[in-house]
Each structure stands twice: as C-alpha cells, then as structure tokens.
Design a protein around this ligand. Structure first.
Ligand code: UDP
Ligand code: MG
Length: 344
C-alpha cells in the first residue's frame, strides 16, 4: 500500500501500560484486518505508558510499516483525549476504535464495516455478554439510564469503545477543542444515521483495568456535564419546590399559632430538616463546582495533549521532537507518575 494514499479503514487503538497484552493483540488484529480485503491503517496511540508498550509498538511498526502508525504522547492524557490525538492522524474513510486489551474482539470489525457500507455514519455497539466485574456492570446500568434521561444522546451501552465513525463525523470531532470529553457521545452529536449492533465482549486476561472507581466517577461527570445541564436544572427545580413547601409551612404555623397558640416542641425534627437541606445545598454547590471547574479548564486553553513522536512510513514526514529521539523511545521513562485526569 502506498503510505501517502488514504486507506479505506483506520483503526484507532489507545494504549496505556499494555505491554503484556500487545503481542496477543497484534496476533489477532492484523489477520482480522487482512481478511477484510480492504486497505487499512492501524493508528496506535501510546498514552504516556511507563512500561515497554512503546517498544512493543515500535517493533510492530517495523514489522508492518505499510499499515501501522504510532502516535506517542508525551504524558498520560486519558483514554478519550488519546483517541482524539489519534483521530487527528487518521486518513481512512471509516474510523474504528478498539481497546488494546482484547476485550473487544478484532474479528467484530468486519461487522462494523458491513454496517457502515450499508449507510450508517456512526456504528454504536452493545456488548451482548459483558465480561466485567459485577459492580462495574451494575454501575454502568445505572449511569446509562441516568444519561438517557438527562441528555439527548441515545447510546445503549456507553462503555463499549468498539465503534465505527464515518469520515464526516471524525472531521467534525476534529474541529472540537473540548478538554474533558467522551468520544462516543461527542461523535454521536454529529451523526446523521447512527446504528447500533451487538458485539461480543471478552474478559481482560492480561494486565489490569486502568480505571479505578475514582477515575470512573470523573469520567461519568465528564459525560454528564459535557452533554447536559440537567444536573444544574435539577437543583433549581428542587430549590423552587422547597421554597414553595416552606411558604406553605410558614402559613400553617401562623394559623396554628392563632388557633392553638405558640409551639416549642419538635426541635429535633427541625434539626433533621435543616441538616437535610444543608446537605442538598452542599451537593448543589458541588455540582455547580463541577461545571465551573470544567469551564476554568476550558478557558485556560492549554494544549490538551502533547505529541512526542509519530512513527510512520514516509520518513520525510516522520516527526520526532529533539528531546525524544527514536533511539530513546523504548527506554523506560521517569518513575511511574500518578494517573492524571483527562484534562491535562
Ligand atoms: N487507556 C488509555 N489511557 C488511560 C486509560 C486507559 O489509553 O489513561 C486505554 C487502555 O490501554 C485500553 C483502553 O484505554 O486500551 C481501555 O482501558 P481499560 O481496559 O483499562 O478500561 P476498562 O475496560 O476497564 O473500562
Ligand atoms: Mg478493558
């Protein structure tokens, strides 16, 4: 394949400390793509790994330079920003995203491509038998329902990253400059013919999930605040309801005083009600804070990610930053940094 001609399919795979799993991924991914009989490129994006992932990707690039490209980020930006960094580099008419841990079977790509051939510009997926721990599945069910109720984004299974996007959708996504986002939801807002299909899902056999409970909560806040102001409206509405109830209560007390006389009991009930209202007010403040924090991050307009290097076939176009020469790529980086949020 000519490296400069645009391939039909671009496969985007974010990689963060996946050294054990990558050889297995390569073993299944490339035969599955070769079997499609279409021109393709695989765009790996290393999201600041500090294990040997970059070395593995580099070896694979040397093995299949005609169809492999590697974007190396300078530091961990988070899965969704890493995918956006890779989107900027894709050239295919169809862009398909996939996790690196083989939880999304590469063989399912054929069905996504077939659905896009049939006219879909956005192929969402639903994992038929999701292989994850129980609490993750329960939390996802709840969050899916919450998002369905508060946003205009209709995705049955928001967590599945095995998805297909048409070039028109990718071009629109590439024009966005959001710092905290959720790729499937963002792309959905530009889709004209979204279609969902069912896909298989596998357990993670090597390595560990990169999402702690805290990171999952942050990600879901990104999703909620990025695509809806319903949480804010919820607090304005409850404010109105509570104010109306309070007025009714005061009127009742005034009448009662005239008929029965003054009352001094029910002190602890009053405390109970007061504490409840303080709790509601604090949650409301927190929700406002989530939005304000994201607005602050957005207005600072810092770069969302830094591309340290791009490995691709046409050597004239291969860009490498001086401080990260090719020879030093496989070398381990500075000691493991704490995982950073998607906004840095
Ligand atoms: N990932 C990433 N950057 C991160 C966290 C994860 O690029 O900061 C990648 C990771 O390597 C994997 C994919 O995103 O390819 C999904 O991550 P993981 O499998 O840990 O998530 P889970 O399946 O548990 O939701
Ligand atoms: Mg996974």
């Amino acid at each position: 394949m000519n490296a400069t001609a645009a391939p039909e399919i671009s496969v985007v795979i974010p990689v963060y400390n996946e050294e054990e799993g990558l050889p297995f991924l390569f073993e299944r991914l490339y035969p599955a793509l070769d079997a499609l009989g279409r021109t393709y490129e695989v765009v790996f994006v290393d999201d600041g790994s500090h294990d040997r992932s970059v070395a593995e990707l580099r070896t694979q690039f040397e093995r299949r330079p005609d169809v492999t490209r590697v974007v190396v980020l300078a530091r961990n930006a988070g899965q969704h920003l890493a995918i956006l960094a890779a989107f900027q580099q894709t050239r295919g008419r169809y862009v398909i995203t996939l996790d690196a841990d083989l939880q999304n079977p590469p063989e399912e790509i054929a069905r996504i491509v077939a659905t896009m051939d049939a006219g879909a510009d956005y192929v969402g997926t639903v994992r038929v038998r999701r292989q994850d721990v129980l609490w993750r599945k329960a939390a996802s069910r709840f969050l899916n329902r919450l998002r369905e109720g508060t946003t205009s984004i209709h995705i049955s299974d928001q967590g599945c990253m095995l998805r297909g996007y048409d070039r028109s959708v990718i071009d629109a996504v590439n024009r966005c400059s959001e710092v905290s986002t959720y790729v499937p939801a963002l792309a959905y807002t530009f889709a004209r013919h979204p279609v969902e299909i069912e896909v298989a899902h596998a357990e993670r056999t090597v390595g560990q999930s990169k999402y702690s409970l805290f990171r999952l909560i942050r990600l879901n806040f990104d999703l909620m605040t990025g695509f809806s102001v319903a949480p804010l409206q919820f607090f304005s509405m409850s404010g109105i309801v509570i104010a109306l109830l309070s007025i009714a209560f005061v009127v009742y007390l005034a009448i009662r005083r005239l008929i029965v006389g003054p009352e001094a009991e029910g002190l602890f009930t009053l405390f109970g009600i007061a504490f409840f209202l303080i709790g509601v007010a604090l949650i409301g403040l927190g929700v406002v804070g989530e939005y304000v924090g994201r607005i602050y991050e957005q207005v600072r307009q810092r770069p969302r990610y830094t591309v340290a290097a791009v490995l691709e076939q046409d050597s004239d176009e291969t860009r490498r930053l001086p401080q990260l020469p090719a020879a030093s790529l496989p070398a381990p980086r500075a000691p493991a940094e704490p995982v950073r949020g998607a906004v840095e």
